[in-house]
Design a protein around this ligand. Sequence first.
Ligand SMILES: Nc1ncnc2c1ncn2[C@@H]1O[C@H](COP(=O)(O)OP(=O)(O)OP(=O)(O)O)[C@@H](O)[C@H]1O
Length: 253
Amino acid sequence: MSAVSVRDLWMEYPNQVVLERLNLEIAAGSFCALVGPSGCGKTTFLRLLLGEERPTRGAITVDGQPLVAEPGPGRGVVFQRYSVFPHRTVLENVIMGREFAGSRLLGRLFGAARRAAIEEAEGWLECVGLAAHRDKYPAELSGGMQQRLAIAQALIVKPRILLLDEPFGALDPGTRAQMHELLLRLWREERMTVFMVTHDLKEGFTLATRVLAFEKLRIDPTDPGRFGATITYDLKVNEERAAEMAPPLALSA
Ligand SMILES: Nc1ncnc2c1ncn2[C@@H]1O[C@H](COP(=O)(O)OP(=O)(O)OP(=O)(O)O)[C@@H](O)[C@H]1O
């Protein structure tokens, strides 16, 4: 079964069609790079996957279930934005990821649950190379360190589906390469399905197992909002890596 199935999906705002006729079957463990010109609806598509927006036509199912109206990390779909809280320390920021996921009624964790969350958060900070900075505030970190923090905050939730919107846009080439390695390692270890918007085609082709290009097929010069974008190319890349992530075939009797 596909992790994510998109059937004849349209997203229309009153003044413009953003997406039209999207059809996709995404296997669990895929790493999809979303590329395409600015404004063609890539972020809108991530928000639809999150359940933050409802399509005007068509449907998205995750593991065969329709998306519920209420977005939340408990569903296993996490949108990593540049989402760190400035008045919380690095460690507290990561724990907050766990609190959002695990304690929806109380909002905060206490006692043994909190101690376990602290231990887990320390593990993620180690993993993203921020263990030595656990008591600092985000403003004391570099841009790359803040992005690593946001990744730790998203991953502590152990999402089945991770949504990334240009996560490495502002990084220098060295830090970006380190982040690529880290993301690939975590993708493999956690066996997540990843959707990543990027404007960097090379990045898309390096990291992904599928590159999805969004573009408008039809343009009305007198009415730019009349037609929406659709997926014009769907390329399977890095197939060896994709095969490693495919679930093992059931043994026949
Ligand atoms: N709530 C909204 N109401 C009306 N129009 C919207 C809304 N949200 C997004 N749009 C429009 O949808 C279009 C697609 O926006 P979106 O941010 O998804 O594009 P994008 O491909 O991610 O762009 P970029 O690469 O520049 O980030 C834009 O024209 C935007 O103005």
